[in-house]
Design a protein around this ligand. Sequence first.
Ligand SMILES: [Fe+2]
Length: 291
Amino acid sequence: MNSECASTDDYFFSPRAAARRILIDQLGQETATRNRNFAAGFIRRIKSQRIFTHPILDALRDGAFDRDTLAEIHLEFRNAVVTVFTDAILAAQLQSRTLESRFGPASHMVVRFLLSLNLLDEFGYKPGIGEESYFRGHPWAAHFCMFDEVLSELGVDADARAAYSESDGARRVRLFIESQFSDYLGLLVVLASTEETAMVICPAMRKAAAHVGIDVTRGYYFVHGTTADAETRAFDDDHQEDVAFALMHAMTPTDDRRACRLADDYGQVWLQFWDDLWTRVEHRRIRPLEA
Ligand SMILES: [Fe+2]
């Protein structure tokens, strides 16, 4: 631990880079290189899953669904993952305490610091300095709250959201995520997979929402996407990289197979979710898929 520069502004200038650097230092260069190679292959493995080319994505992008069908898709997505996503990050924050036995006292605070950047975004804080040189943000800007606002705009109010009976597929996804809550590595696998797929699914759903008249220049769809996306103010690629970094940091050589198996199983559960949903909504398309 080193706080000798704590009184200078520079010390606080690059929180993400500082945390990532310390995680590499904790691992040691040799293990870090090995684990980085694993993490890169692991992300490629996730990206090769069939959900990344699922036909429902093109249908969403092409605006093939009316408001009612899109509301149903949003309700399913809400019950599958939106309701538990920050729970999973918070659980990872808690379970990171298992790192202490490997890297020393208080070592887990670094990864908590890094994953907090994702939580700040999820809870409605914004980059920049607000009143009295303090943080910017608003509780209603929490992503979960803004997702529910989209549902309201689609005609699904709070009572309808509470009364909605989710599909088996949505329940399976959520239960899979919750089943990892006491396992630090499992949580990182789930978070890395979820962030990766969200970067494909959210832009498709944004296009679908815009097609039915939802204002996507504000709210949920404005804060989801990548930093390269000119239509959003979103940081999902940064968050994905942070999770990949945490995963790289957590891995031991004996974890490789388990991490891959978990990612494959989680991908299967998601694929079943989208396949089932596609079967339900495919015939309700208001325009055919473009060739
Ligand atoms: Fe989000």
